[in-house]
Design a protein around this ligand. Sequence first.
Ligand code: ME8
Length: 636
Amino acid sequence: MGSTYYITTPIYYVNDLPHIGHIYTTVMADILARYHRMAGRDVRFLTGTDEHGQKIERAAAARGVAPIELADRVVARYHALWEQLEISHDDFIRTSEERHQRGVAEIIRRIRAAGDLYKGEYKGWYCAGCEAFYPETQLEDGRCPDQGHPVELLSEPSYFFRLSAYQDRLLQWYRDNPDCIQPRTRYNEVMRFVEGGLRDLSISRVSLKWGVPFPGDPEHVVYVWLDALTNYISALGFGSDDDTLFQRYWPARLHLVGKDILRFHCVYWPAFLMSAGLPLPERIFGHGWWMRDEAKMSKSLGNVVRPDHLLERFGSDPLRYYLAREMAFGQDASFSDEAFVERYNSDLANNLGNAASRTLSMTHRYLEGSVPAPASDGPVAEAARATITAYTAHMEALEPHRALDSVWQLLTAINGYIQEQQPWSLAKDGEAAMPRLREVLGTALEGLRVVSVLIAPVMPGVARRLGAQLGLGEGEPRTGSLEWTTGPGARKLGPSEPLFPRVDVKAFLKEIAMTESRPTAPAEQPDDGTITIDQFASVHLKVGMVVEAEQVPKSRKLIRLMVDLGEGEPRQLVAGIAGRYAPGDLVGRRVVVVANLKPARLMGVESRGMVLAATVDGEPFLLAPDGEVPPGSEVR
Ligand code: ME8
């Protein structure tokens, strides 16, 4: 196996904000990138955004902004989110960048030189949701067969790529490289699709302006999938004067994508590369879907889970852990807050948290924090050796959920060992039991050291904190340190702090319900979606004046406000507006408040009402009356 490891995520559309599905792909790619770095490989990890095409042009028009403005706004959110999630990408490519467009021009130049390009007329159906062309025979009830989006009829001049000429070469590539598409079921699906025959592919559009100008014919823009797929090489400098990175890292070792976009990656992309005379990626892995209520979570279905609350409440590592552990890599899974918090309590607080806090506090108490040598064999050493072997094999085989499973087997062994050896009893037995006590704690600590290395790709923050508490030096973990070390520790523990405070499941679910709550429709509501004037009148809207404002402790988004609603005493409200407003700017401002909303607690702070704000891409803009109206004035 070579020592470079180039891994990519799909580049995400900028028509909306990221949700759990996008986070999943990026987190899994990050886990693999961190694992391979730990194993000493020269890793390059790429992610980015797909900014052209009809979908983005329309989303921008609907918001009344230029496409690039929408892209800039959403890209800023992606950057912030990836930072919050500790995503360790080496590069972030945007298809609106010049370096990318140079790569697109170069691949088209090569495709043209190979004789695979011709001009014709595209007549047929187009799905803007998938940015894909479909023959009439494939439509289902007049909608796209993949995601059920609406389709539209196109008839326009277009450049075509001779995809049909690549059927045999693609089939040969699949046969010669049985691991190039994973999991196996996806490989079979792709084979069957290509065996069914390939039509030439339209790779330019004239009825669209927002795209890369087609080289040699600027009336056309490049089809967004040819544009987007090229990111994997343009980011390495393909098409520019300096292609050092391209020489070093291409072909990619792994394109990680959701199964929804497998055809583009396993059929079109290798065919484009073959035509351009470039090496093909080693592997494309199509992971499953996060579902909500039995439907794929997707922007267009409006059933997405956003990560904000979980991240705010738990930080990034528990979410990374949940995503990696809950979904068997390759299969679908259902996202549930309940499963999240249960895993948090059982795997993290009880299992990992307990093993660490018990061992560390006993070592502080009985041995003044100095780390003794472990037993060279016995149940924990054996479990650790077995875990190291299994973990490495599973990570190499793209089974991170299994790798984690093996780490938890080691934790079970550590907890069982402590229970059995009862160091607290040994500590009562005086000097004679000291050597045994030292060995027991040394063994548990060594087990935890191994755990701290193994969890680092999945929970980098927790691994660092656990490492510091175990008295391990700074620096990135290496799989070289993945051995059961038997020498005397000769190190001191760092200060202890709980890693995972337990969470009350019921209280948490209530809290989630509040943050997600929408007013439910009254029984007499007409079923055409309208409401009566009486129903509207039941919402008491009032003008308020902010008299006090402060950030809710430990929350990035929430601000606690005291608002004068003309009631004598000001009211306490909590608003998720800190992203845009500083507490100091709010005092003295007039706001509009839903005054008769049932009180709710947000991050433990009571909120008696709700401040109204317009939201644009998740950013709040407070509403205010047009004039200095007195607090308490009604809004109708
Ligand atoms: O398709 N479950 O971008 P996109 C799991 N721009 N993963 C999900 C998911 C879900 N419910 N929803 C989305 C595009 N994903 C193109 C890609 S690449 C050259 C161009 C993940 O913003 C999954 O990885 O629609 C999927 O492939 C990707 O987000 C699609 O993101």
